[in-house]
Write a protein that binds this ligand. Sequence first.
Ligand code: ADP
Ligand code: MG
Length: 243
Amino acid sequence: MITLKNVVKTYDDKTVLKDLSVDFPDGKTTVILGPSGSGKSTLLRSLDLLVRPESGTIDFGDISLDYSKPVSKKQSFDIRKKTSMVFQNWNLFPNLTVLQNVTTAPITVLKRPKKQTEQEARQYLAQVGLAEYADRYPSQLSGGQQQRVSICRAVAMNPEYVLLDEPTSALDPELETQVLLILEDLSKMGQSMILVTHNMEFARSVADKIIFVEDGDILFDGTPDEFFNHPTTRIKDFLSGIT
Ligand code: ADP
Ligand code: MG
């Protein structure tokens, strides 16, 4: 479980996370919803310290940090090891093959044995339908294929949590579907995931828990059933596209 308490993040004079407290259960998929600019990415990035809030605490398994205090290199490495981020624009290394994209971090950062890591990577690639693409370069793949590689890359780090920031928003609808199916499989396998998406149908099918963020506050924290079937007036407006 990840627990955030009283997290505050300010950019210049704008408070983007306002004393926010929330938890993310293990083995579940938590979906973060909310209008553009509400603080979703900032929240997600606070979990792996890509963003450093000014105050608040994070409890992440055996690690507890106070954001307002200095964080040691070891603490920062240990917390990052627990997560892998999948970005909207996949961010693959263009000069590495698909296989190398998946294996580089496990081999160099986690010091895993090369042969075994490559074998596992080939299995992951096969699971997402890309067995034949292992030796190609990212530029030879479609956006949907590249995003599937970046999901393999995240999973290959064996993270406790996979974090996904709008993983399909840069994809055409037909490419999006392939990626969503893979994420549904991951979710069903019990991989802990925290996902920002604008795809409500997907959110509804994959979420164990939903958080609705607006203007740096959490306006809803509960089940998909409550969120979609018993929405408040504000959530009804959001769902009908009046953001
Ligand atoms: P969301 O992901 O929900 O669209 P973000 O977390 O990206 O929202 O951003 C929340 C607010 O913080 C926005 O107003 C955004 O402009 C601002 N913001 C995000 N990152 C930065 C930054 N690095 N510097 C200044 N302002 C930022
Ligand atoms: Mg965002």
